[in-house]
Design a protein around this ligand. Structure first.
Ligand code: KMH
Ligand code: ZN
Length: 273
């Protein structure tokens, strides 16, 4: 029996647009369909953002509720993880709008950083506040680590009792302003992980599939999808996140892993069923 690899599909994000790739979903029904397609392709977990109909990022509870309900109505049992990162410039209050009934995980962004030409603000009191909002709702945090010092913040949160198992770590590498998506950087980050933590990697842009391949070889899990990357190959647009999931499934098999079922993912992630 091979070991399971949790493949997460990040199907929309807050930054990519339809002008860049017509497959980027905006409406709740489009986002739900993209999620279900990604699940059918092998994703056990869906990382969710929402949009207004014109494509602007939304953290409106009504949008997230509709997305969650549509996904479940389609018979999809993937783990649902809602973004509390939202988009650059949103307040923490606004960002927490995504934590609707039906969510099982929420993201916890571990620091302030340059994000392209903008600044993604996650001051330490903000991080503590999001961690406590997740705990109050019984959601498993996914700690988003974009740079090495954020692992020190993770240790600080644990030491102060703001964070406790179960939690999951996602290394998001290759954001302009964060740590780049090299093998050396991922190996360095892994040396700084607390013992027994399960982790995943998400590479931005052309780094997505190579970083997924590496993470799966190193025993981690992987995130792919249009939020982070719009292409299946150089110059070839993905027709949806499901195509990127299919490539991640092939990478998992090459690493002698199998795509985790949602039930396996819940067991690994410590999500109560
Ligand atoms: N859109 C980024 C600024 C998360 O989902 O928690 C933040 C983000 C992280 O996407
Ligand atoms: Zn996100």
């Amino acid at each position: 029996m091979t070991t399971p690899a949790i493949l997460t599909a990040a199907v929309v994000g807050a930054e990519v647009t339809r002008a860049q790739n017509p497959a980027v979903p905006y409406l709740p029904e489009e986002i739900a369909r993209a999620a279900v397609d990604a699940w059918r392709a092998g994703a056990a977990c869906i990382h969710l953002h929402a949009r207004w109909p014109d494509g602007r990022p939304s953290q409106e509870a009504a949008h997230f509720t509709e997305i969650v309900e549509r996904i479940r109505a389609a018979g999809c049992d993937a783990v649902l993880q809602c973004s509390t990162g939202g988009a650059v410039g949103m307040s923490i209050d606004e960002r927490l709008g995504s934590l609707v009934l039906g969510a099982e995980m929420g993201t916890l962004n571990l620091g302030t950083m340059n994000f392209g030409d903008e600044v993604f603000v996650n001051a330490r009191p903000d991080i503590v506040r999001v961690a406590s909002a997740l705990r109050a709702r019984g959601l498993v945090p996914e700690c988003e680590v974009y740079d090495a010092g954020m692992l020190d913040t993770l240790r600080w949160l644990l030491a102060q009792g703001h964070l406790a198992a179960p939690y999951h770590v996602q290394f998001v590498l290759g954001v302009p302003g964060g740590l780049s998506a090299s093998e050396r950087n991922l190996r360095f980050l892994l040396e700084g992980l607390p013992e027994q933590v399960h982790w995943s990697a998400a590479g931005v842009g052309r780094h997505q599939l190579p970083l997924a391949e590496l993470a799966l070889r190193l025993g981690g899990h992987a995130r792919v999808g249009l939020e982070d990357n719009l292409f299946v190959a150089k110059g070839v647009l993905a027709r949806g996140s499901h195509e990127l999931v299919e490539l991640a499934v092939a990478a998992a098999r090459r690493a002698d892993r199998h795509p985790a079922s949602p039930a396996e993912a819940r067991r690994i992630l410590g999500i109560a069923t």
